[in-house]
Design a protein around this ligand. Structure first.
Ligand code: GLY
Length: 247
């Protein structure tokens, strides 16, 4: 999403193209559409110069076969584990133009056809150069129904810093999850909360950044109680910081 012209492009459920960001960008820049899915997305991307490539690695295939052997009889059950791997990027240029992008393989071993938050404008990403940009990662179903990235940008529009906006966005998402758990026992709701894995980061046109997540000592992801982000400003080396280090 490009936040000065408010243009947006996405590809969903694509096979045969590794560079999903580039494929989404050609949809945004060279098609009259915003979203292309499946075979049509791949065909359009390849026709527009995006390299065709095999996306299924031998390692992923082996993991899937092992998983299928173990879980064949439990179709439809939740085997998310620690499978998220969304990349979210926000860039700001010298003239104050912001853009944002997300790319993901989604939920590991999901039902065919499932689409997460990453390509959905307002959920996985939102960008308005006059206010700020936000990108999300983690449990897509929760991010989708909260419209998390849009909410964070709207908090900034209301005057919040990127950091406060991210915190408020995560608080809203946790509230949404609680409401969806109405009628369940306190223990069950706590268990749901302890498994919730969502992070969001944001930037405003001044270059101030923010980040927040649902993680904590009781809810670690890949062994970490917080979410890492990489920050690069022209002339400086890349810094990797934990979301909790952002003041
Ligand atoms: N956030 C990635 C997904 O749920 O698909």
């Amino acid at each position: 999403m490009e936040g000065t012209s408010m243009s947006y492009g996405a590809v969903l459920a694509v096979r045969g193209v590794v560079k999903a960001f580039s494929a989404a960008r050609v949809v945004m820049e060279r098609s009259p559409h915003s979203v292309l899915a499946g075979e049509g997305a791949t065909t359009f991307a390849v026709r527009n110069g995006i390299e065709a490539a095999e996306t299924l690695t031998d390692d992923a295939k082996q993991q899937f076969e092992d998983w299928r052997r173990q879980h064949l009889e439990e179709e439809g059950s939740d085997h998310r584990g620690e499978s998220h791997d969304t990349v979210g990027v926000i860039c700001l240029d010298h003239d104050g133009n912001l853009c944002a992008g997300t790319s993901t393989s989604g939920w590991k071993f999901k039902h065919p056809g499932r689409v997460g938050d990453a390509p959905v404008v307002g959920s996985g990403l939102y960008c308005d150069s006059s206010v700020g940009a936000a990108v999300a990662t983690g449990d897509g179903e929760e991010i989708l129904r909260t419209c998390l990235s849009f909410a964070v940008v709207e908090f900034m529009r209301g005057g919040d810093s990127p950091q406060l906006a991210c915190k408020k966005g995560i608080a809203r998402l946790e509230e949404t999850v609680k409401r969806s758990a109405a009628g369940r026992s306190v223990e069950e709701v706590n268990r749901m909360h302890d498994r919730l894995t969502v992070a969001v980061m944001a930037m405003n046109p001044k270059g101030d950044i923010g980040a927040a997540s649902t993680l904590g000592p009781r809810n670690v992801h890949r062994g970490r109680p917080s979410f890492p982000l990489a920050i690069w400003r022209k002339g400086d080396p890349v810094r990797v910081v934990e979301e909790t280090e952002i003041p």
